[in-house]
Design a binder for this molecule. Sequence first.
Ligand SMILES: C[S@@+](CC[C@H](N)C(=O)[O-])C[C@H]1O[C@@H](n2cnc3c(N)ncnc32)[C@H](O)[C@@H]1O
Length: 224
Amino acid sequence: MTEDPDVVSRRIARESLDRDDPTGWFEDLYAAAADGDAVVPWDRGTAHQLLVEWINESEPDGSGKTALIVGAGTGWDAELVVDRGYDTTAFDISPSAIETAHRNHPDSKVHYLVADLFHPPADWHGAFDLIVEIYTVQALPIALQADAIKQVTSLVAPGGTLLVIAAARPDGQPDADVQGPPWPLTRATIQSFTAPDLRLIQLEQAPSPSDPTIHRWRAEYLRD
Ligand SMILES: C[S@@+](CC[C@H](N)C(=O)[O-])C[C@H]1O[C@@H](n2cnc3c(N)ncnc32)[C@H](O)[C@@H]1O
């Protein structure tokens, strides 16, 4: 393969977005990657560094608790969370991503499944003590982000924690200037994961070690 993987993934995304299918390209990309015809640019082969840091700082004890990994991709973040003792469910809209997760982690205790964030199973409502959302909302066009955020927040159990990791959009950059995917989240968007009973308790912005021009949010919310 000679073409830059970022160029390939952007082309696959653009074709899907141009036919008004904002989520179809994930399956196209993961399937192409499984055939060796593309590389999934965000697939790190390890858990996200900001999730690792949060786990190390918070030392959560997941015994007797449930966790949900949103847009879980090939499973690296879910495997870190399940190791903390949570009964962990990890879902993705792409069947090929979930197949790859099973292949990557054949002995896993994680419940991997195909599901659509916009149509989650009814019994997930308010059901999870920990929800981890990394880079899914920003992978959706800006017009879909408010609905995606509403769905994510609806799944947090009373007393539960929501952790969101996302690229941060520079203050003042208008929507029209963002050529996604991804569509990084503004401060207002990261603050919109809140509700009267879902409070933002920690918000940090840090430069990416691989590209310090990119900043990432790490936000933690607690449901009363
Ligand atoms: C940018 S990737 C991030 C993957 C993973 N969270 C990570 O950080 O490596 C976005 C993920 O969200 C998934 N996704 C996008 N829309 C979704 C939806 N409506 N429901 C479930 N998963 C979705 C994609 O298939 C993809 O795996």
